[in-house]
Design a protein around this ligand. Sequence first.
Ligand SMILES: Nc1ncnc2c1ncn2[C@@H]1O[C@H](COP(=O)(O)OP(=O)(O)OP(=O)(O)O)[C@@H](O)[C@H]1O
Length: 303
Amino acid sequence: MTLLAIDDLVVEHRSPGRPIVRAVAGASLAVGPGEVVGLVGESGCGKSTLARAVCGLNPVTEGSITFDGQPVTPLGLRKRKLTGIQMVFQDPYASLNPRRRVGDQIADGLRTSRDTATVPADLLERVGLPRDFAGRHPHEFSGGQRQRIAIARALAARPRLLIGDEPISALDASAQSQVATLMRDLAVDSGAGLLFISHDLSVVRLIADRIAVMYLGKIVEVGNTAEVWANPRHPYTQALLRAIPKPDGMGVLPAELPGDVPDPAHPPRGCRFNPRCPQVMDVCRDKEPDFGPVACWLHEPAT
Ligand SMILES: Nc1ncnc2c1ncn2[C@@H]1O[C@H](COP(=O)(O)OP(=O)(O)OP(=O)(O)O)[C@@H](O)[C@H]1O
C-alpha cells in the first residue's frame, strides 16, 4: 500500500524579473506505511522543495502528490496540521519557539491529534529525554536535545508520515546517528512512513529501507538500500557513494565529480547529469532519460 505517492512532480519557484527555477522537474517517489525512504543528493538538487510541496508549503506546478489517496494541495496552517504529515527541520534552534516552555510546545501537537491520554512528559520520555525537561525552555538544551524535542512535538500530532529535512546536519557527529535512528524507530513503531532527507549517505544507509537519489530536480535512481549500496548503477549515485567519509574518519574518498550542480533555471540539454558524467555518451547530450528505476542511458530498460 502506498501512503505517499509523488508522480511526475514539477515545482517551480517564480519571482518577478527572475528566470523561473524548476527546482523539482518531474520527480516520482512513493513511501509506504512503516517504510523509511532516504532522499539524498547534493545541495540545490531540490530535496527541500520536494519536501515542502508534500506538506503543502510549495504549490505543485505539474504532476501530483497524493497522501492516503487524497491530493495534497496548498493548505492553510490549521488544515495542514490535520493532514497527518509532520516535518522536522534542519535547525531546531529556529523551529522551536525560544520563549515558550518545551512542554507547552509539545502540548500543541497533542491538541492537534486530540490526544488527551498523553502528556508532554510521556513524549519526552519516548525521545530519550527526562520528563522534567517539559518545564524548561529550548535555550537550556544542546542541539541534539533540541532536535529530540522537535521530534517529540512532531510525534505528538500522531503523524502518519514524518519528513525529516536534513534533521541531523546541524548536529554534532555523535548525535547524528542517534537522532536518525530515533526517528526511524519512532516512525516504524507507530506504523508511520518516514521520508528522511540527508546528504549523509552513511546515515541513510543505516536507517533507510530504500534510497532515492535526486539530481537537479529528478530522481535518478531508486532502490532497496542494500542493493543500491552494493551495486550503484547511476554514475551520479556511484560518485555520491565514493564521496562518503572513510570509516576510519581520515578524510573523504574522492567524488571525482567536476563542477557543481548546474543552475536549475538553465538545466543542460539531454541528461541533466551529462556535463559532469564520467561516462557521457552522444545520446546523453541529446535526449533526457525519462525512465526508472535508473534514469541513465546506460541502463535503459528493455522494451
Ligand atoms: N524560494 C525560492 N526562490 C527561488 N529559487 C529557490 C527558492 N527555493 C529554492 N530555490 C532554488 O531551487 C533549487 C533547489 O533548492 P532546494 O533547497 O530545494 O534544494 P536542496 O537539495 O534541498 O538543497 P539544500 O540541501 O541546500 O537545501 C536551488 O537552485 C535553489 O536555489
